[in-house]
Write a protein that binds this ligand. Structure first.
Ligand code: ASP
Length: 585
């Protein structure tokens, strides 16, 4: 046996036993006639001691060990004189009697410690070394445990995991497809799935009833910090259900995982908020409800004072930052700078302070009397010592800006504790989204989403106002997942394609297989998909999903370690009958 114990398991009760360990040299230090080596494996770190007086040859060998050498060590477990309370094995050490170098190592490009000196790029290039760090490894262990537990929950509820193909045809989730050329069908391409959406619906037609899959999806989008071109979904679908059944089933899953990982009991049902309310109160379809500071609309109270900014605005909205009346000029200027950043895009910000003594100060004091300003503060329920921040402009745009400001203030005031979890369902999304640029409607979720039955009669007359039977689960301001009840009637599906501007031919070309399938007895069905990477990162208290993916890509969609994407041989291009148009320059 290479090893009789791991580097993480020896305790005081093992004192006196002879053991063999194998692992990597994390660190070694010489102190007088003694050499101490920290030996690391997946399970932990154990201190090994070499005594020059007992065996000088062995000690000499230990002194030659470099960082990250792979070694096998035999010795006797002894109680440590100076214990290390930070290490589970900190009560003991191994008095080495034999050592074997199993492999040498170059000096690693960064220290393999939780507090590493390696920058992001370097760690991505040597991701296999980064993964040796316990803080990174722990994230993948959590990911594994969650995947396992999710499968158990779904299996217990009668779901079966079915794999769906990766070389497919476009699935419309609103992103660009990654495409793969077909050698056997020159000039033709597969698309990688943006989700298994059409397949899971076909499985419902096949009668599978309850499907799930922990599955890779691919979307060619510009990457933001929380996006990866390939990511993992917990994809689910159920037959003979209504929205309520789907929400209950998956609220159960989320609660189960929170209990399992964090020992948090959510005893109450998750709150539900309509999309319209989410936009009105938070300016976002994924509000962070860990803290209040809901929007207050004061357009009616601001109009008519001859102040054009307010008079001309379609919308005037405010938030109240509790206890911030003491903000200095400089702090207020910084907030104004914040909202003027291109990412937020506001033209300016106005403020009203309700001082502790009840007096009022405001950036718009020249236009409004204290009595008027007090009506704004009253509507918002402001208390002495509070600060009201106000934005004005077109409704949707200004709400989004106010959302950014609210989140910024929440962070400033420490109200976004990563260890606090606030979950909710956002429901009643609009079915369509109007795009000014192309002058047409797009599906807000995807084109298979069913309209709210109460709104079907408005499909032609008031298209933009039709609500969908669609829902998102939101946790701490992140969209954890989303789905919908689907259209299972081929006529309604045809109508939907038509409203989305797809001609009959186009619809047939893209989704003929689904339209045909729906002619053979499609059951009522619906489902959702959770972003698995995001789920893990939220529970791990991390900001980026990159930290919970073994081999992630950087912000340019590049794998720094294997150096992909990369050019391919001319012979491969020839086989695929593909010509590369070189840049004109
Ligand atoms: N396919 C959808 C998505 O990826 C989820 C669903 O509707 O089930 O967002």
């Amino acid at each position: 046996m290479f090893r009789t114990k791991t580097c993480g398991e020896l305790r005081i009760g093992d004192t006196g036993s002879v053991v063999t360990l194998a692992g990597w040299v994390q660190r070694s230090r010489k102190m007088g006639g003694m050499t101490f080596v920290d030996l690391r494996d997946r399970y932990g770190i154990t201190q090994i001691v070499f005594d020059n007086d007992t065996d000088s040859e062995l000690c000499e060998a230990a002194n030659k060990l470099g960082r990250e050498y792979v070694v096998q060590i035999t010795g006797k477990v002894a109680e440590r004189t100076s214990k290390n309370p930070n290490l589970p094995t900190g009560d003991i050490e191994i008095l080495a009697t034999a050592i074997k170098v199993l492999n040498r190592s170059d000096v690693p490009p960064f220290t393999i410690e939780d507090n590493t000196d390696g920058g992001d790029d370097l760690r991505m290039k040597y991701r296999y070394l980064d993964l040796r760090r316990s803080c990174v490894r722990k994230n993948l262990e959590l990911r594994h445990r969650m995947a396992f537990e999710i499968r158990r929950y779904l299996d217990r509820h009668g779901f079966i995991e079915v794999e769906t193909p990766v070389l497919i045809k476009s699935t419309p989730e609103g992103a660009r497809d990654f495409v793969v050329p077909s050698r056997m069908n020159p000039g033709e391409f597969y698309a990688l799935p943006q989700s298994p959406q059409t397949f899971k619906q076909l499985l419902m037609v096949s009668g599978f009833d309850r499907y799930f899959q922990i599955v890779k999806c691919f979307r060619d989008e510009d990457l933001r910090a929380d996006r990866q071109p390939e990511f993992t979904q917990i994809d689910c679908e159920m037959s003979f259900v209504e929205q309520e059944d789907v929400l209950n089933m998956f609220e159960g899953l989320v609660k189960h995982i929170f209990k399992y990982v964090k020992d948090i009991d959510f005893t109450e049902p998750f709150p539900r908020m309509t999309w319209a309310d989410a936009m009105r109160l938070y300016g976002s379809d994924k509000p962070d409800t860990r803290f209040g500071m809901q929007f207050v609309e004061i357009k009616d109270l601001t109009t008519g004072a001859g102040f054009a900014v307010m008079d001309d605005a379609e919308y005037v909205g405010a938030i109240v930052a509790p206890g911030c009346a003491g903000y200095t000029r400089k702090q207020l200027d910084q907030l104004t700078d914040y909202v003027k950043r291109p990412q937020v895009g506001a033209k300016g910000m106005m403020w009203v302070k309700l001082e502790q003594d009840g007096s009022i100060k405001s950036s718009v004091g020249k236009f409004y009397s204290d009595d008027i300003l007090r009506t704004w503060l009253d509507r918002a329920g402001a208390n002495p010592g509070d600060l009201m921040l106000i934005l004005a402009g077109p409704t949707m745009k200004t709400r989004k800006q106010l959302n950014e400001l609210r989140l910024h203030m929440g962070s400033e005031l420490g109200l976004r504790d990563p260890q606090k979890f606030s979950c909710l369902w956002v429901v009643d999304f609009p079915l369509f989204e109007w795009d000014d640029e192309t002058q047409r409607y797009y599906a807000m979720h995807h084109p298979f989403t069913a309209p709210n039955p109460d709104d079907v009669h408005m499909l032609d007359s008031d298209t933009g106002a039709v609500r969908a039977t669609a829902y998102d689960m939101v946790v701490n301001g992140n969209e954890l997942g989303g789905g919908s009840i689907r259209i299972h009637d081929s006529e309604l599906q045809d109508k939907m394609f038509h409203l989305l501007g797809l001609s009959e031919d186009e619809a047939r070309y893209k989704f003929g297989f689904l339209m045909d399938a729906f002619k053979f007895g499609a059951p009522p069905h619906g489902g959702l998909a959770f972003g698995f990477d995001r789920f893990v990162s939220i529970l791990a208290g991390l900001d980026s999903i990159r930290d919970v993916i073994a081999f992630p890509k950087n912000n340019s969609g590049r794998d720094m370690m294997i150096d992909a994407p990369s050019e391919i041989d001319q012979s491969q291009l020839d086989e695929l009958k593909i010509d590369i148009i070189k840049d004109a320059e």
